[in-house]
Design a protein around this ligand. Structure first.
Ligand SMILES: Nc1ncnc2c1ncn2[C@@H]1O[C@H](COP(=O)(O)OP(=O)(O)OP(=O)(O)O)[C@@H](O)[C@H]1O
Ligand SMILES: [Mg+2]
Length: 417
């Protein structure tokens, strides 16, 4: 079984439309519950009080949904005949799940032969219906393409951790994206101080749980800051021992990427191998520098190395200049920064010691502070671009027809010819 299938219960499902035709209040209730389940946040569920005739009518008029769930009390030949007619209005890869009144092996085989994904006998528990739908959607559309965003400073102390935390709050609380923030800093992680929790674990423990597939242990290693923001609660590591390998850190990221649509990684205190791995994999990188000559020198070298690990381009890199105004007389202007780095800053953040120190150990409050509006406004466009991965899924089109949930019409058509 693949890692993805193992973790089916914890995956944000891909965007999809589901039409449910049922007249059974228990089934309808079970499916209604899915609308409040975060895993189904991108799944559009339309429930119709009706049966196969209503489905034919609706699909004829509006076209088919990605998945149809049809409940029936009639399982005679007239039903399978109507199902055949319904398939005329389905797309090649529309999936169908039938809910019927009896456990009938002959009927089950007949329906599966017709291309139906699954036949369930009522009553069905909400857990079963959730799992069956999740499997059908993942099999058809693949795993959601979560966004990995890396934050890295041109040098130490330029505000990388603070800005990564602020961005995760903007993404979750203002942009309402389910976001996960983690860092590779081990014992140097500032996350527990900023987000106000006791570090529950260490990076080696997280990586062991991932490698051994211990999802229960892993679940306890996260801290929910809010409905939409979760942080990996590492940081109990020793400070002076080596951290985990980049390969093991990558396994942790792989595990988290199937659970959260937006993953932010603060690389400021990470070892170089972890930095390099994350920078090569990230969908977007936010490089932070102060406007001083020293920081910008490091920044130029860093941008060059980032370009090398990413196959020669820095298209997905945003440059943020932080603490502008801290030492006006010795600062480099944005125009000169652009000339020197061949990259225009995407945002300039003012030096605001009173704002930053006020929230250093309670950063959750910063984005609602009256003095933070410029900060939020500066990041909104960057984050909009950075996390707009909606609708991009790793479809497994080659596998689609060979999967156990082959397309409804696809299987039905050749048999009816
Ligand atoms: N725009 C700003 N104005 C004022 N203070 C700031 C600003 N940005 C960050 N700071 C402050 O600078 C200090 C260093 O910030 P932070 O720890 O986020 O930097 P870092 O780059 O992650 O450091 P490290 O290299 O140690 O990981 C913190 O006290 C933070 O509050
Ligand atoms: Mg830091």
């Amino acid at each position: 079984m693949s890692g993805t299938e193992n973790q089916i219960a914890d995956i944000l499902l891909p965007s999809a439309s589901i039409c449910v035709f049922s007249q059974d209040s228990d089934t309808i209730k079970s499916i209604e519950l899915l609308k409040d389940d975060w895993r189904f946040a991108r799944v559009d569920i339309n429930i119709v009080d009706g049966g196969v005739d209503n489905a034919i009518e609706q699909f004829k008029k509006d076209g088919a949904s990605d998945l149809i769930i049809l409940q029936t009390d009639d399982i005679d030949d007239s039903f399978t005949g109507r199902l055949g007619e319904l398939s005329n209005y389905c797309d090649d890869d529309t999936d169908a799940i039938i809910i019927g009144p009896v456990n009938d092996v002959y009927l089950y085989r007949q329906l599966i032969d017709m291309g139906v994904s699954d036949y369930l006998v009522r009553p069905i528990s909400p857990e079963v219906i959730k799992e069956v739908i999740a499997k059908a959607l993942i099999s058809r559309l693949g795993v959601s393409d979560s966004r990995l965003v890396a934050f890295i400073g041109a040098k130490g102390g330029v505000g990388t951790s603070s800005l990564a935390q602020i961005c995760s709050l903007i993404a979750s609380d203002i942009m309402e994206q389910k976001t996960l923030l983690m860092d590779g800093g081990g014992g140097w992680s500032p996350l527990s101080v900023g987000m106000g929790f006791d570090p529950a674990t260490t990076l080696p423990e997280v990586s062991n749980a991932v490698l051994s597939g211990d999802e229960d242990a892993l679940e306890r290693m996260f801290h929910d800051v809010s409905d939409k923001l979760t942080v990996l609660a590492s940081g109990a590591d020793t400070m002076l021992d080596p951290s985990i390998s980049s390969k093991n850190y990558e396994a942790v990221i792989d595990n988290i990427m199937v659970k959260s649509p937006v993953v932010f990684v603060d690389l400021s205190s990470s070892e170089s191998a972890i930095k390099k791995m994350v920078l090569s994999r990230a969908h977007h990188i936010i490089v932070i520098s102060s406007p001083t000559v020293t920081s910008l020198r490091f920044c130029r070298s860093l941008l060059k190395e980032i370009s090398e690990v990413r196959g020669g381009d820095i298209d997905d890199v945003s440059l943020v200049i932080n603490q502008v105004g801290v030492c006006k007389a010795n600062e480099v202007s944005n125009d000169d920064i652009e000339k020197a780095l061949e990259l225009a800053p995407s945002a300039s953040i003012d030096n605001a010691p009173s704002l930053f120190f006020k929230y250093e150990s309670e950063i959750m409050g910063i984005i609602s502070d009256k003095d933070s509006s410029r900060l939020v406004t500066a990041f909104l466009p960057i984050l909009g671009e950075t996390i707009s991965g909606e609708g991009n899924y790793i479809g497994d089109s080659e596998d689609k027809n060979s999967s156990i949930f082959g397309g409804f019409l696809n299987k039905l058509k050749p048999k009816s010819k």
